[in-house]
Ligand binder design. Structure first.
Ligand code: MHO
Length: 212
């Protein structure tokens, strides 16, 4: 289930992390996703006690398949950066190097021009990322235990490093599109029956935005 290509990291906070986990999981070029807590000082935060941290998604992507700039575009179009919220659900771009910082700040300036309300998004250096509890990882996929079983994915820590889990977590809630799904069914190693189940969920849920 894991894919061995050289990846780069992108780390974003955009409200409840379940939805971005699905959105980025189905993005072309995304290899792995994990959700967790970032940006605060508290050590070893948990969902029940996350202190000053924010729900965050950490992405491993193949820079030959998708650019950081495209991942940023997806960030901006996937949430409302003007929404007043608590620290848990803040809008943050955590950059990993100066190039990411520069691109993030450029896009931020463009967004400011597009909105009449103030943009509350912060651009911050990536700090320690604490993985969220296993039940939060690929949350949408984990609502389909029989599908997990069909592809030999057991609930547990391995769900975080599985490329297949990242992709399916997006497809089951209608992300990524049928064309992309059909084009990679073989590569993902899905048998026909499983592919059919996933494709039906994808079609049924396309365009739907789930609330947390
Ligand atoms: N209302 C949701 C929020 C989930 S979230 C990952 C819950 O706690 O069940 O913030």
């Amino acid at each position: 289930h894991d894919v061995d290509v050289e990846t780069k990291k992108a780390t974003f906070a955009l409200a409840c992390f379940w939805e971005p986990d699905a959105i980025y999981g189905a993005q072309k070029g995304v290899i792995r996703t994990r959700v967790g807590y970032c940006g605060g000082e508290k050590e070893n935060p948990t969902y029940k006690d996350l202190g000053d941290h924010t729900e965050t998604i950490d992405i491993d992507y193949d820079p030959n398949e998708v650019t950081y700039s495209e991942l940023l575009d997806l960030f901006w179009k996937s949430h409302d950066p003007t929404a007043k919220t608590t620290v848990q659900y803040m809008s943050i771009i955590f950059y990993h190097d100066q190039e990411q910082k520069k691109l993030a700040e450029e896009k931020l300036r463009e967004e400011v021009k597009k909105h009449s309300d103030p943009i509350l998004t912060k651009v911050l250096p990536a700090t320690t990322f604490y993985d969220a509890e296993d039940y939060h990882q690929k949350y949408r996929l984990q609502q389909h235990p029989s599908l997990m079983k069909a592809v030999n994915l057991e609930p547990g820590p391995k769900v975080k490093s599985s490329h297949l889990a990242a992709r399916l977590n997006g497809y089951v809630v209608g992300k990524g599109g049928v064309a992309q799904f059909d084009a990679e069914v073989k590569k993902l190693g899905l048998d026909e029956g499983t592919a059919k189940i996933v494709r039906e969920l994808l079609v049924k849920n396309e365009g739907r935005q789930l609330v947390c």
